[in-house]
Design a protein around this ligand. Structure first.
Ligand SMILES: Cc1cc2nc3c(=O)[nH]c(=O)nc-3n(C[C@H](O)[C@H](O)[C@H](O)COP(=O)(O)OP(=O)(O)OC[C@H]3O[C@@H](n4cnc5c(N)ncnc54)[C@H](O)[C@@H]3O)c2cc1C
Length: 418
């Protein structure tokens, strides 16, 4: 059976203490936008010796590159971002208290940092990846546009035109709903290449560029007001004749399979949501159990009523299933048998749905108190809803799963193609 190791469980206990004593007291100010999440991320990194670990990992990656070995991608167990089991525990523990904080953390390290460390040249990794890894710079990963979300590739209108001198590109367009955008220093921005060759916009190649705050023509909007995830600033990025020299093209070579880089990030986003879901469900279940035993109606604890027990039992079933999917995912990394995109979609679809349901049930179980901010579950329910939309909405995951089923059959059964 797959389990967290004793060492990972020990770190989990330390993390729980940090979350309770450092993050939780800051949550109200983070949620009101009075405090930005970035200094607290740095406090976390200092408290857990993360900076030395990150420097060590980066150095090993450089040495591997110097020996001409391929640098592993983000989902690998020797990726520059560290042990995937520990990454999952960090995400779970933070999401027990504040999923918005974790979203901002994941967007800089996992999405922006992951894209640069996974696809950049060594020079780009050093220049932009390492400062993100060390939290000296905050990253944002920008693909979504006002007219391109679920159809991010085909609907994309942001365009990069090669300069006549051939020394780079001029980028025009805009991005929206971008986590960390209002305060980020480094932006991984996707754009369609327009060589003036008459290829229709829908099918033009897409490339990723690394842009910086301060680049002429790049500006960002103020944080958008939203339903949940208030601890993570979300915003727009505007690109008006931004000059991107050749070294800003991620990987420095225009690739045929240019959409693969973004797909890797989609995969990481989907699997990365599982531990977030687990943290939210566990917190909702624990708080609901405690509440159900304490709150009395008609002279007995509400835990004695079967309709309340039904909620608790279903939350537990959801927790077990999400945990098993997460363990399966961690096992696939160990076994070097990466999950397909359809499997990642299946996991995200299931986990996000049951997490939102469980969090809403926790609100219901606590009645009026559940609706009050003081009890915390209403915030977890609002935050959980994003997990059904961001990183590909439920409907898109369903389509991905169904397409794979129709093409390959039921995975793991005799006669299936994969
Ligand atoms: C808080 C937050 C943070 C985010 N952070 C980032 C970020 O850091 N970087 C980034 O690039 N993006 C980010 N996003 C964007 C997010 O990935 C998109 O919102 C998401 O992919 C959905 O796109 P959309 O909002 O345009 O919805 P739409 O694509 O307009 O979809 C609207 C509805 O139509 C449904 N739909 C669409 N097409 C189909 C179809 N073919 N069949 C059936 N149903 C369909 C969808 O499932 C959805 O229910 C973030 C979003 C939010 C809310």
């Amino acid at each position: 059976m797959f389990e967290f190791t004793d060492e990972q469980k020990m770190v989990q206990q330390m993390l729980r203490r940090w979350v309770t004593t450092v993050l939780a007291p800051k949550t109200p100010a983070l949620e009101r936008g009075e405090l930005l999440p970035y200094d607290t991320m740095r406090d976390f990194a200092k408290a857990f010796g993360y900076f030395d670990m990150a420097r060590g990992m980066f150095q090993r990656m450089e040495e591997r590159a110097a020996r001409g070995e391929t640098v592993p991608k983000g989902d690998s167990d020797d990726s520059p971002r560290g042990d995937p089991g520990l990454q999952a525990i960090v995400s779970m523990e933070m999401c027990r208290e504040n999923p918005g904080f974790m979203l901002a953390f994941g967007a800089t390290l996992g999405l922006a940092g992951g894209a640069i460390l996974g696809r950049g040249t060594l020079a780009q990794k050093k220049r932009w990846g390492l400062p993100i890894l060390l939290l000296e710079k905050i990253g944002a990963w920008a693909i979504t546009e006002p007219g391109a979300g679920s159809d991010a590739f085909s609907g994309m209108r942001t365009v990069a035109r090669p300069t006549p001198a051939g020394d780079g590109w001029i980028i025009n367009g805009s991005k929206t709903f971008i986590t960390n955008a209002p305060y980020a220093d480094t932006f991984v921005v996707y754009a369609k290449i327009d060589n003036g060759d008459g290829v229709p916009l829908e099918t033009r190649p897409i490339q990723a560029f690394v842009l910086e705050r301060g680049d002429a023509g790049l500006s960002t909007g103020k944080p958008m007001a939203k339903m949940g995830m208030h601890s993570s600033p979300t915003g727009e990025v505007f690109l008006s004749d931004v000059f991107a020299p050749r070294d800003r093209l991620l990987g420095e070579k225009e690739k045929e399979a240019s959409r693969e880089g973004a797909r890797d990030v989609f995969h990481g986003e989907r699997t990365g949501m599982m531990p977030m879901c687990l943290g939210i469900i566990e917190r909702c279940l624990e708080d609901s159990l405690k509440y159900a035993k304490q709150r009395e109606t008609w002279g007995k604890p509400i835990a004695d009523y079967q309709l309340v027990q039904d909620k608790l039992a279903r939350m537990y079933v959801a927790r077990e299933n999400v945990r098993n999917l997460l363990f399966k995912y961690l096992w696939t990394i160990k076994a070097k048998k990466p999950m397909s995109m359809a499997e990642a979609s299946m996991c995200k679809l299931y986990c996000a749905r049951v997490t939102t349901e469980a969090a809403m049930e926790a609100v219901q179980l606590m009645g009026g108190n559940g609706y009050m901010a003081e009890y915390g579950v209403e915030r977890l329910a609002r935050d959980a809803k994003l997990l059904q939309i961001g990183g590909g909405a439920d409907e898109i995951q369903l389509i991905t799963v169904a397409k794979a089923l129709l093409k390959h059959g039921v995975p793991g059964t005799l006669g299936a193609e994969v």
